[in-house]
Design a protein around this ligand. Structure first.
Ligand code: PGA
Length: 237
């Protein structure tokens, strides 16, 4: 059976000091956890602290975004080699918040994913429909369009994150997630994580589905108890 991947997306939360304190408290809970992969994705400035704090553990560390060029006059940007240089194994690309607030498009997502894979990073590429798109019955069209810029790769996983479920407390039912995951896998044969209000109360049921290869966790990953409980749910599933 494939390992489940539980990734924490801390978004614009936690200073280096807070991130380091979280990891110190978290590690004893997952010290012997080898059945699943756990990846922490802090803000860029906290990456060195989290890499250092997780050094002798099984836990991976990822960036939340990156630019496709390796270096150059791109103010404010971070490249794949830079993420590698600070010790990242993973990177999240194309999160709906990047698409919504920072002008990310399918095309720029494709370029970032390609550059990240070429640099040897494991990529978590995010896709998902908005509430209006789901109501208009366009979910499959949207997913097909978002997937059209991606190609299967051993180091690529997708995160299906329905935009209406992110940070809203509304989770897709396991059936809805399963249906979307099945469709995604029929288009691109790679593992698919579910994201959108994953919490201790729904993690075990979502993760027990064979089509759900893990979870991308936002809000609930900021809290030690919640995130530990989600990782434990993955162990049991
Ligand atoms: P959420 O965020 O768990 O807070 O809904 C998930 C995500 O945006 O990756």
């Amino acid at each position: 059976m494939r390992k489940k991947l539980i990734a924490a997306n801390w978004k614009m939360h936690k200073t280096p000091e807070q991130a380091q304190a979280f990891v110190s408290a978290f590690l004893p809970h997952v010290w012997e956890h080898t059945r699943d992969e756990i990846v922490l994705c802090p803000a860029f400035v906290a990456l060195p602290a989290v890499v250092e704090a997780t050094r002798d553990s099984q836990i991976g560390v990822g960036g939340q975004d990156m630019f496709w060029e390796k270096e150059g006059a791109y103010t404010g940007a971070i490249s794949a080699p830079m993420l590698r240089a600070v010790g990242c194994s993973h990177v999240i690309i194309g999160h709906s918040e990047r698409r919504q607030y920072f002008g990310e498009t399918d095309e720029t997502v494709g370029k970032r994913v390609q550059a990240a894979l070429e640099a040897g990073l494991f990529v978590i590429a995010c896709i998902g429909e908005t509430e209006e798109e789901r109501e208009r019955n366009e979910t499959e069209d949207v997913l097909r369009r978002q997937l059209s810029v991606l190609a299967p790769d051993d180091n690529l996983v997708l995160a299906y994150e329905p935009v209406w479920a992110i940070g809203t407390g509304k989770t897709a039912t396991p059936e809805m997630a399963h249906e979307a995951h099945d469709f995604i896998k029929s288009q691109l044969d790679v593992p698919v994580l579910y994201g959108g209000s994953v919490k201790p109360e729904n993690a075990a049921e979502l993760l027990s589905r064979s089509s759900i290869d893990g979870a991308l966790v936002g809000g609930a990953s900021l809290d030690l108890e919640s995130f530990t409980a989600i990782c434990r749910a993955a162990i049991r599933s």
